[in-house]
Write a protein that binds this ligand. Structure first.
Ligand code: ZN
Length: 97
């Protein structure tokens, strides 16, 4: 069983959570000036690294709040979670939470 540490509720079973994609994708300052390619890049293009990655998650089976997490995409290990608006925790290699 994988536990995910909701910043609002504490550790809970992974089945209570839903993935929300890449974190920290900034909405364009003035979307009306973007051409179709730029708008498409904002909507659909995301990073896909192997290793630590900042992601959005929602505790859909609990508090229903969104939060961010640093997760290793190769090992599925959650290295830290933080509430929306908070700064990402500093993750050192080998740290686990
Ligand atoms: Zn929660």
């Amino acid at each position: 069983m994988l536990l995910i540490d909701c910043p609002h509720c504490g550790p809970r079973d992974e089945i209570e959570f839903s993935y929300g994609g890449e974190a920290h994708v900034v909405y364009p300052e003035d979307p009306s000036v973007l051409n179709d390619a730029e708008w498409g890049r904002y909507l659909f293009y995301r990073e896909n690294p192997k290793g630590d990655f900042a992601e959005r998650w929602i505790h859909s089976g609990g508090c229903r709040k969104w939060f961010n997490a640093i997760r290793n995409t190769a090992t599925y290990e959650f290295k830290g979670t933080y509430a929306m608006g908070e700064k990402a925790p500093t993750i050192k290699e080998g740290d686990a939470k």
